[in-house]
Design a protein around this ligand. Structure first.
Ligand SMILES: Cc1cc2nc3c(=O)[nH]c(=O)nc-3n(C[C@H](O)[C@H](O)[C@H](O)COP(=O)(O)O)c2cc1C
Length: 322
């Protein structure tokens, strides 16, 4: 699978999440998936470390998760350190680093400052996280995501692309199909230098404890309390799949760069194959890999073996773009 001049050994990627933000976490996941993971999109980092919102920041919700971490991350300097250490032991494993801004007055500057710091580190590319549902563009917009603002998408994509100029790093824009003219925004990213588009991020969401189910994740809730510490956040999981397929299809039919599908792509119901059929060139999953001991990774390898024949047929007949 190719994006720009980069070739990835498989189109199955791990999406940016709290699953991998340190070297040891990445090692743990790779124990099971080393030959399978086309790229790891490292946990989104901001310029400075962030504590994030109060717990719970992740909560089981039917077949997925409610999430509102408040961009909890190690900050760019520590993240760079972790990635460099990891790459010393796993030089062949592709890494994409996800970056975001919480400088609501001037996000373009924060993206630009981070791009300068990661220009020369051993990663294959940078993903612009412009679509986290609890990351807003600032006072002026209040609830608008950067990805819903074409002017912001233009400026940020351009400044990071210019900073990466002269390196072989690819640039990916992670956008949202939530309440926005997604095709227009994707074209803005493409026209300003994005080498690929990831759609979508988690969808905005929230939930309550009703007392009718077991206590969630060991937290003690009172009946009627919100499940997330921040009350509002986003939803991930298989229920996102139909929307993901629709968005991927609309975008893939409109841009000339690869589209990476994220949202509800688990193997259990052949969702990944459906995402390829919709036009995705790669799949980035988070929830799917999120169980203890990465059991899913092992199941997935077996699943994939069974589905290899179908996929190979689709590739041969040029029904899919991988
Ligand atoms: C706990 C958790 C943390 C996440 N953190 C990030 C993040 O830091 N940056 C980002 O771009 N997406 C983040 N995501 C979104 C995932 O990358 C992915 O796009 C989303 O979960 C949809 O895919 P899925 O249904 O396979 O989980 C996070 C998801 C989860 C579950």
């Amino acid at each position: 699978m190719k994006i720009g001049a980069k070739t990835f050994k498989t189109p199955f990627w791990i999406a940016s999440s709290d699953l991998i933000r340190t070297k040891s976490q990445a090692e743990e996941v790779l124990k099971y998936g080393q030959n399978m993971i086309g790229s790891i999109v490292w946990k989104t980092t901001t310029l400075e470390p962030r504590e994030g919102y109060k717990e719970p920041i992740v909560c089981d919700f039917y077949d997925g998760f409610l999430v509102a971490s408040g961009m909890k991350n190690l900050g760019i300097h520590k993240t760079i350190h972790e990635i460099k250490e990891f790459k010393e032991d796993f030089p062949e494993q592709s890494i994409i680093l996800s970056i975001a801004s919480v400088n609501f007055d001037n996000p373009v500057k924060e993206f630009s400052d981070m791009a300068k710091l990661i220009r020369d580190i051993p990663i294959d590319g940078v993903e612009l996280n412009l679509s986290c549902p609890h990351q807003v563009s600032g006072e002026k917009y209040k609830t608008e995501l950067l990805a819903q603002n074409p002017e912001m998408v233009e400026k940020i994509t351009k400044v990071v692309k210019d900073t990466l100029y002269g390196t072989d790093k690819i640039l990916i824009a992670k956008l949202t199909g939530w309440n926005t003219d997604i095709v227009r925004v994707c074209k803005v990213a493409e026209n300003n230098g994005a080498d690929a588009i990831t759609v979508s991020n988690i969808f905005p969401g929230m939930g309550y404890y009703t007392g009718l189910t077991e206590k969630k994740n060991g937290y003690s809730y009172k009946v009627g309390e919100p499940l997330l510490g921040n009350f509002k956040g986003g939803y991930t999981g298989v229920a996102m799949l139909p929307a993901t397929l629709l968005i991927v299809n609309n975008v893939a039919n409109s841009v000339n760069i690869p589209v990476i599908a994220t949202g509800g792509c688990m193997s259990s119901n052949d969702a990944m194959i459906q995402a390829f059929l919709a036009g995705a060139s790669a799949i980035a999953s988070a929830t799917f890999y999120y169980d203890s001991n990465c059991r899913t990774c092992r199941d997935f390898s077996n699943d994939l073996r069974e589905r290899k024949e179908i996929l190979e047929k689709f590739v041969k007949e040029k029904i899919v773009n991988i």
